[in-house]
Design a protein around this ligand. Sequence first.
Ligand SMILES: Nc1nc2c(ncn2[C@@H]2O[C@H](COP(=O)(O)OP(=O)(O)OP(=O)(O)O)[C@@H](O)[C@H]2O)c(=O)[nH]1
Ligand SMILES: [Mg+2]
Length: 243
Amino acid sequence: MNKTLIIVPTYNERENLPTMAQRLSQLPLPVDLLVVDDNSPDGTGQIADELAAKSPSIHVLHRVEKNGLGRAYCAGFGWALERDYEFIMEMDGDFSHNPDDIPRFIDAAQDADLVLGSRYCHGIRVINWPLKRLLLSTSAARYVRIITGMPFTDPTGGFKCFRRRALESIHLDAVRSNGYSFQIELTHKIWRKGMKIVEIPIIFTERFQGHSKMSRRIVWEALAMVWRLLLQNGLRRSPRKEK
Ligand SMILES: Nc1nc2c(ncn2[C@@H]2O[C@H](COP(=O)(O)OP(=O)(O)OP(=O)(O)O)[C@@H](O)[C@H]2O)c(=O)[nH]1
Ligand SMILES: [Mg+2]
């Protein structure tokens, strides 16, 4: 067993998964892969099982139905915490996140509780997004910063590395959100405890095929979640120790 686990939630990623597994196995540092598949109709789960049968560093969690990214990640975190992983990462399975960035996350995580991959620190690095989508994302980032006081440039990003202690400090069962607000909620829960969070720059590449999952519902969920987080933090815009 390696010390680092990369959790990749999948829903219809059969074209991407084998290449992803191969790219991970070629990294300069050894990592384990956990695929969390929500019974993908395209058979991604079966492909994951075949990969796992060939490699002891690949694992699969099967879930019965499509239940959203947030639920899939929480299941993956629970699985990781039952084992001895020290570095636990979130990463998309569609190559929007570049697996070659993983060693930089692990470097930064030596001295942090949570490392956030940021598209927006020191400039904007997003490939293949319409301007509308980019404006929505950067405005969301500003909104989160203003309301909650969390000083990060990219709070909705989904390329992250948690130290074990950071995940152990939160009640995964109490995580409510599922869309982009899931990322905000998790980071806020760790930040308000006063844990150390750092950002590193990443390049995000939107998949060139398929449709955006962005919907009004996801936006509303995030808008409302930010206020709930402010309340949960006693209306403070800075970290505090929780009891
Ligand atoms: N297990 C699981 N994985 C999912 C679910 N929804 C998306 N994923 C996976 O999560 C990763 C990111 O999802 P995408 O579909 O690229 O969604 P996104 O990047 O947030 O959305 P767009 O950029 O708007 O397309 C991919 O690996 C997906 O296969 C889900 O409900 N369950
Ligand atoms: Mg994507």
